[in-house]
Design a protein around this ligand. Structure first.
Ligand code: IMP
Ligand code: MG
Length: 172
């Protein structure tokens, strides 16, 4: 069993997600939004966000992994599971657990733009700004955190701890 230090309690995370949901709802008002969750990490944040949003929203998922992206972020994204619908003309928000180097989100946006959504934004639960390589910022972020390895709320360590309802730091 790894030692995990508490970073944000369940109550804090749920309250913060409500604030992010309000920020998104205030922007989109009554327009329909399509949330694209990136499997598997985004599942926990996405469902909370979807229910907390006043804006009508639909959900879909994709699984992707990025590789080979260096300092000029000329990497590639492999789509392992694609979304099950068209997004042309839709207001899309890509939902991720965390933005770290930013390579994954940057490549996904570039790829999804070709499908002609009306707009495309990103929402992340956590943001590690000190680790950024790609030239991208999330449009909505729950918390900015230092460069620590975190788990819970969908974030895993070797597939474990996604189910923790709080966010913690694995102790080295
Ligand atoms: P990046 O922004 O392309 O570097 O990739 C972000 C992905 O890295 C996330 O979706 C997570 O799967 C993973 N990741 C980055 N930092 C952490 C962490 O602290 N805990 C767990 N997964 C992380
Ligand atoms: Mg991930």
């Amino acid at each position: 069993m790894d030692k995990i230090d508490l970073l944000f309690t369940e109550e804090e995370v749920r309250a913060r997600i409500k604030e992010v949901a309000k920020e998104i709802s205030d922007k989109y008002k009554d327009e329909n939004v399509v949330l694209i969750g990136i499997l598997k990490g985004a599942v926990y944040f996405l469902t909370a966000l979807s229910m907390d949003m006043a804006t009508p929203n639909e959900i879909t998922f994709m699984a992707a992994s990025s590789y080979g992206a260096g300092t000029h972020s000329s990497g590639n994204v492999i789509v392992k599971i694609d979304i099950d619908r068209e997004i042309a003309g839709e207001h899309v928000i890509i939902v991720e657990d965390i933005i770290d180097t930013g390579n994954t989100l940057k490549l996904l946006i570039e790829m999804l733009k070709h499908r002609k959504p009306a707009s495309i934004e990103t929402a992340v639960l956590l943001d590690k700004p000190s680790r950024r390589i790609a030239d991208i910022e999330a449009d909505y972020a729950g918390y900015k955190i230092p460069d620590k390895f975190v788990v819970g709320w969908g974030l895993d360590y070797n597939q474990k701890y996604r189910d923790l309802p709080y966010i913690g730091v694995i102790k080295e």
